[in-house]
Design a protein around this ligand. Structure first.
Ligand code: ADP
Length: 257
């Protein structure tokens, strides 16, 4: 489990916290969807989970033996994060850094290529890959490096629907075996079916943290984007249905740690 315990973060020179007193429990091997309007704190939350930034106050606590090193962060533009010239070089780089033994490295490379459908592309130069292939390479690198938690920060947005569907079914398989925790930031309500948890951000706070059935009981027929545009309505619906709501009445971004 990952416990996000009363976590706040302020960027340097900003007037208030980007996220404020977040509390969330994420079960191991679960699939969590994160949504909310632009600027509501989703990316900041992802960076805190990956350990790219440290909480100004509060704690991110991992179940041993999982730690920040086991978290992979995939953004919508993976190209800048590639370090190898070719597909194989890029996948191997992370393992070399960790000092993985040669034999184990070859095994993991094979598995990562196989599970992402990149076999036969080992020698392709990364700059010649399509958007979908780049996302698969980012995923392959994360798997080979031993990631147990995958964060997809609107990572599939730029891909066409068939490719998104293909990568999501790959993610579903990975969630089952080897059993990864998948946290995806998205506005796509269609993929919410089967999610273990849905989290909705607004103004740096979590305003909804519940199951898909809780959310879908009133959200059907509306897209995430529509809910983002009608936050007051969302808050009202949640309140009426007595659904777990965190701090949805005040502009908590202004409050102190
Ligand atoms: P989201 O991912 O939901 O769009 P972000 O986490 O990117 O939201 O941003 C949350 C808040 O933090 C916004 O008000 C944004 O302007 C601010 N912010 C994000 N990145 C920085 C930064 N590097 N420096 C200062 N403020 C930032």
């Amino acid at each position: 489990m990952i416990l996000i315990d009363s976590v706040s973060f302020s960027y340097p020179n900003s007037s208030g916290p980007a996220v404020n007193k977040l509390f969330l429990k994420i079960a191991e091997k679960s699939r969590v969807l994160i949504s909310g309007p632009g600027g509501s704190g989703k990316t900041t939350f992802c960076k805190l989970l990956k350990g790219l930034i440290r909480p100004s106050c509060g704690h991110v606590v991992f179940n041993s033996p999982i730690c920040f090193a086991a978290v992979a962060y995939l953004s919508g533009d993976p190209y800048d994060s590639f370090v190898g010239a070719s597909v194989e070089e890029d996948i191997v780089f992370g393992m070399e850094n960790q000092g993985v033994a040669r034999e184990e490295m070859a095994k993991r490379l094979h598995l990562a290529l196989e599970s992402t459908g990149l076999q036969g592309m080992e020698d392709r130069l990364v700059h010649t890959l399509s958007g979908g292939e780049q996302q698969k390479l980012a995923l392959a690198g994360a798997l080979a490096a031993g990631a147990r938690i995958l964060i997809l920060d609107e990572a599939l947005n730029m891909l066409d629907r068939p490719l998104r569907t293909q990568i999501r079914s790959l993610l579903q398989k990975l969630q089952e075996d080897p059993g990864l925790t998948i946290i995806e930031v998205t506005h796509d309500l269609e993929i919410a079916t089967g999610a273990d948890k849905i989290v909705f951000f607004s103004g740096g706070s979590i305003i909804f943290d519940g199951s898909y059935s809780d959310f879908s009981s009133f959200a059907s027929g509306r897209t995430w984007r529509e809910w983002s545009d009608n936050l007051e309505l969302l808050k009202q619906e949640l309140y009426i249905r007595d659904i777990h709501v965190q701090d949805c009445t005040s502009n908590s971004r202004l409050s102190e740690c």
